[in-house]
Design a protein around this ligand. Structure first.
Ligand code: DGL
Length: 266
């Protein structure tokens, strides 16, 4: 049976990072009802253990799916996807789209053969990433670094605060200090928060380093999986946060610009 046209697509992240997926999805499916859920009470995921992240993401998505009956859920977070995608697929009956580091397109793009991958501490140590590297970039040099400070910077930027260029410069310096980093020409933004800092990253890395993320590919995947389904939006999209609603303070302009209603608590 086709889903109810009002049944939403659920986008889930620890914070505002998944809005990069939301923006890409909006362009492809302008009429799709979306509920965006930010687990601000659990942010940041990157410093948590695999067990903590898996339990939290599977538990929350289960409760959210029960409450909102989405037609599809997207884990718009590399950390949660590389750890919990399989588990969530086992417990939910709807299609689940994950977000995994764009290593395959990066490998196709690099000319020097040296790729940087910036993610959270948890993402860069995942076997899932080892596997992507082995399958798609075995003949390339993939340099991984954790940059949890960029998650906070992206959260702050969306709340109207300026990003300190020194923060980005320090990430760049750490990456380029790694053995074999000279010639690096592609940067995989392996955290959905990081494309929100695209301008700042371009200012630091310059135009010769191509930044690549998964947002457009994920949006295409969601569009393919919902092809032929009817969509009816009955109002503005909903932006839900776990924890106190005060966590969303400062996001009003970013939400209004995207056409969301005021934030709600889960
Ligand atoms: N946005 C998330 C990701 O893609 C993680 C941010 C965090 O909670 O540490 O990895």
């Amino acid at each position: 049976m086709p889903p109810d046209p009002a049944s939403p697509i659920l986008l889930f992240d620890s914070g505002v990072g998944g809005l990069t997926v939301y923006d890409a999805l909006r362009k492809l499916l302008p009429d799709a009802p979306v509920i965006y859920a930010a687990d601000l009470a659990g942010l940041p995921y990157g410093s948590k253990t695999e067990a903590q992240i898996a339990a939290r993401v599977a538990g929350l998505l289960g409760r959210m799916a029960e409450r909102w009956q989405p037609r599809l859920a997207c884990i718009a977070c590399n950390t949660a996807s590389t750890i919990a995608l399989g588990m969530v697929r086992e417990v939910l009956e709807i299609p689940i789209v994950g977000t995994v580091p764009a290593i395959k397109p990066a490998a196709a793009l690099t000319r020097s053969g040296t790729i940087g991958l910036v993610g959270t501490e948890a993402t860069i140590r995942q076997a899932y990433v080892d596997d992507l590297e082995a399958r798609f970039a075995a003949d390339k040099r993939l340099l991984r670094i954790a940059a949890p400070e960029l998650v906070g910077a992206a959260e702050a930027k969306l709340r109207g605060r300026t990003v300190d260029p020194a923060l980005i410069a320090a990430v760049k310096a750490r990456l380029l200090a790694m053995p074999g980093a000279e010639g690096l020409d592609v940067l995989v933004l392996a955290c959905t928060h990081f494309p929100l800092l695209g301008e700042e990253l371009t200012a630091a890395f310059g135009p010769n380093v191509t930044q690549i993320d998964g947002a457009t590919g994920i949006a295409r995947r969601i569009a393919a999986l919902t092809q032929g389904q009817g969509f009816a939006r009955t109002g503005p999209d909903r932006f839900i946060v776990t924890g106190p609603l005060a966590g969303a303070a400062g996001l009003e302009a970013a939400l209004a610009a995207r056409g969301f209603a005021s934030a709600e608590a889960f």
